[in-house]
Ligand binder design. Structure first.
Ligand SMILES: Cc1ncc(COP(=O)(O)O)c(C=O)c1O
Length: 367
């Protein structure tokens, strides 16, 4: 059976060349005479893999000197709590810009660790956009401001990081990390579940500034009893992400995805491709009243394109017919309905072209 055009929000499409390398590594990994998943994480061979993954991510994102890169488990959802727990002492303030479901979940978890507060709530404008400068103001005492660079469910994104003056910045970049270049130096914590743009589920990339590591060792450790080992950024840094057994398969897959990105020319090239792919789809959505794009223009995501049919009753028909035509996973998130095409880095332009062709045909038949 042929591989379908995959528009899944995550786990999501991987480069076929990477999937083939995984397949090859399973029975016998390089010259180890052991299979990839049967190899000790303390082996020299795996040590090379995790070091290479770290170096590649640093090169691709131009991570500043002194920053740390970790590969942890527990998903982005664990980082909701872990970031707050490490960066604050009990009772300290942290401010959250709510642009969708994932920021709301992050706020809820952070509130267990500190005085976490929403300073803007996109629910009041239907989650159609991110805020404009001047619509939100961090509290003076806030230790950091938290945002989600790309909102997977609603299909919105920040074109630039929030303007928060001298405040430290924490970013959930799960659904757009490595979509293109990013100003890492402006951030103190960036985390991302790998299962959209970086590889399989089960690995979370975490980038920490020297300040963030220092806060973990001071504010975080000042908590009664100190930080639990598995939630301790400082310890994870000291142990090179190997305090306990990492997801060896996932880290290898991620390293191969990063190699694929470097081989094709890096993030500037990727950004160009992503802009072109997204433009194909948004042009189609803007072409006719048959479609109703969800996000306001200046907040449109390049990774998750969300829309409705003018006649919502046609949406399940669209999803079903698209699936039969080899275009899979176009149903909107269960919490919002509608339609969504996730067109991450590994989603080829041909898949987007096939989707646009299908949309035109669908309109002809149902319009
Ligand atoms: C922006 C964003 N943050 C966090 C998450 C949660 O990630 P995880 O399932 O890795 O905990 C997701 C998952 O889709 C997401 O899109």
């Amino acid at each position: 059976m042929a591989r379908a055009h995959n528009f899944s929000a995550g786990p999501a499409v991987l480069p076929l060349s990477v999937v083939e390398q995984l397949q090859e590594a399973l029975p016998e990994f390089r010259d180890t005479r052991l299979g990839l998943m049967e190899l000790s994480h303390r082996s020299a061979a795996f040590g090379e893999v995790i070091a290479s993954a770290r170096e590649r991510l640093k090169r691709l994102l131009a991570v500043p000197e002194g920053y740390e890169v970790l590969f942890l488990q527990g998903g982005a959802s664990l980082q909701f709590y872990m970031s707050a727990l490490n960066l604050t002492a009990p009772g300290e303030a942290a401010d959250y810009v709510l642009t969708g479901s994932w920021t709301k979940k992050a706020l809820k978890e952070a509130a267990r660790a500190c005085d976490a507060k929403a300073i803007w709530d996109g629910g009041e404008t239907g989650w159609k956009r991110v805020p404009r400068p001047g619509e939100y103001a961090p509290r003076d005492e806030a230790v950091y401001v938290y945002y989600t660079s790309n909102n997977t469910i609603f299909g919105t994104r920040w074109a630039e990081p929030p303007a928060v003056g001298e405040h430290h910045l924490v970013c959930d970049a799960s659904s757009d990390i490595c979509w293109g270049p990013m100003d890492v130096a402006r951030h103190d914590v960036i985390f991302a579940g790998a299962q959209k743009n970086l590889g399989p589920s089960g690995v979370t990339a975490v980038i920490l500034s020297p300040w963030a590591v220092e806060r973990s060792r001071t504010a975080g450790q000042s908590r009664p009893g100190g930080l639990p080992s598995m939630l301790d950024y400082g310890l994870m840094v000291d142990k090179g992400s190997m305090f306990n057994t990492p997801n060896t398969f996932g880290v290898f897959a991620l390293e191969r995805v990063l190699a694929w990105l470097e081989d094709l020319g890096g993030l500037a090239v990727m950004a160009e491709r992503n802009r072109e792919k997204a433009a194909l789809l948004y042009d189609e959505l803007d072409r006719t009243d048959f479609w109703r794009p969800h996000a306001e223009r200046d907040s449109r995501s390049l990774m998750n394109v969300t829309w409705r049919c003018a006649d919502p009753e046609l949406e399940p028909v669209f999803v079903k017919e698209a699936d039969a035509a080899g275009l899979v996973a176009l149903k909107g998130h269960r919490s919002v309905g509608g339609l969504r095409a996730s067109i991450y880095n590994a989603c080829p332009r041909e898949s987007v072209e096939a989707l646009v062709d299908f949309m035109r045909d669908f309109e002809r038949r149902h319009g």
